[in-house]
Design a protein around this ligand. Structure first.
Ligand code: SF4
Ligand code: SF4
Length: 369
């Protein structure tokens, strides 16, 4: 894992504190989404199809600090939109760093070189640069030529100035394991601290729906990537059990409160990925009023294909706390890449459909629950 020991210890201390206090639902990473406006228009994006009056809205510095304080998570991820467009972003980042929270500023890096001197290198600040593959693949993914070259140039500048830098890679249809392996080799050569890697979530709002990988194809792809990775030295910024989950070896339900989202509408129910489920006014209200049982890969058709780290990394960490020996063995051995995969849970909506329906005079009627 690429995460520095100091950060790992801080997060471990936070988790221990939650356990000792008997807290059942606690946040690990705040997803702070201060704007939806972006300077790209990627085919798989579920964030930018709002009207201009929404895209022009911003969370203020004060609102961002309030969200960070209210939530209390030890890590803050700032996705978007493109955060570097936000005029107050340097102050927002500085405010989070001053609170000794680890902040991941997720950027497509188009503005990074120009704006980098607005930021100060710190163990608490990481630029997480969006790169979905090598040049051809990435430029196709973001629907614009030349973006890969600019992102790579910005990464080199950021690394040379002493910033922590990671790459975040989302996988879509048509990936080959060899291409992904070559990309990860290249990313490590750039001197980044690590890479996050996950299958794209099939946003209903995304302009194209045919690009998302689904079901067993996802798990087989990850198995093949991890097979190639056995002889390489990739630093993947994920827990060993989340990687094992991606390879089809863990049967997890998501933990969406582990990565709560605050954006211009409020605290998003239930997670960063589902956009039409409503908002809470406060973090506590999000915890108390979200019908969590309605979500997850076996509870809701919208969640059926989800394997995103914002839903399952917290589950994997919880599993690691419950089963440290299993987690240790998996971290030494790496994800299992052969043998049967774990059975997927039967979706509740499928069993609902199989239930005999109440009829009156042979006509099905709605059953109140
Ligand atoms: S860079 Fe990110 S926020 Fe911008 S369009 Fe692409 S996926 Fe969406
Ligand atoms: S499975 Fe969980 S993390 Fe994924 S979309 Fe559904 S609620 Fe969100």
């Amino acid at each position: 894992m690429g995460v520095p020991l100091r950060q790992q210890l801080t997060v471990a201390g936070y988790l221990l504190k939650q356990k000792l206090k008997g807290v059942k639902k606690y946040p690990m990473v705040l997803m702070l989404e201060p704007l939806f406006r972006c300077n790209l228009a990627c085919a798989g994006c579920g964030k930018i199809d709002y009207p201009d009056e929404i895209l022009d809205k911003r969370l203020s510095f004060e609102e961002c600090m309030q969200a960070v304080d209210e939530c209390g998570a030890p890590m803050v991820s700032i996705p978007g939109g493109e955060p570097l467009i936000h005029k107050e972003m340097p102050e927002i980042v500085a405010g989070i760093v001053a609170r000794k929270k680890y902040v991941y500023l997720c950027t497509n890096a188009l503005l990074l070189k120009k704006k980098i001197d607005d930021y100060t290198p710190s163990p608490f600040l990481t630029f997480s640069v969006h790169l979905d593959g090598l040049k051809e693949r990435h430029d196709a993914s973001v629907c614009q030529d030349g973006v890969f070259d600019r992102a790579v140039e910005a990464i080199k500048v950021a690394v040379s100035k002493g910033f922590r830098v990671t790459v975040n890679c989302t996988l879509f249809q048509g990936e080959t394991p060899e291409d992904v392996a070559e990309f990860l080799d290249y990313a490590m050569e750039l001197g980044v601290e690590g890479a996050t890697i996950a299958p794209g979530f099939s946003y209903e709002r995304a302009p194209r729906q045919d690009i998302f990988i689904k079901g067993k194809d996802t798990k087989n792809l990850f198995r093949d990537i991890f097979k190639l990775g056995k002889t390489r030295n990739w630093k993947l910024n994920h827990s060993s059990l989340y990687l094992d989950f991606l390879a089809g070896n863990q049967n997890y339900q998501c933990t969406p409160w582990g990565n709560p989202t605050r954006n211009i509408f409020g605290w998003q129910k239930p997670c960063y990925l589902l956009t039409d489920e409503g908002y809470a006014a406060t973090f506590q209200e999000l915890l108390d009023d979200t019908p969590w049982e309605k979500y997850g890969n076996s509870s809701n058709p919208k969640c059926a294909q989800c394997m995103a780290h914002c839903g399952y990394e917290a589950t994997a960490v919880e599993d690691m706390l419950q089963h440290p020996i299993k987690a240790f063995i998996t971290s030494i051995r790496g994800p299992k890449t052969t043998g049967p995969m774990v059975a997927e849970p039967t979706p509740k909506w499928a069993t609902e459909q199989l239930k005999p329906r109440k009829t009156i005079g042979g006509i099905p009627v709605k059953v109140e629950r």
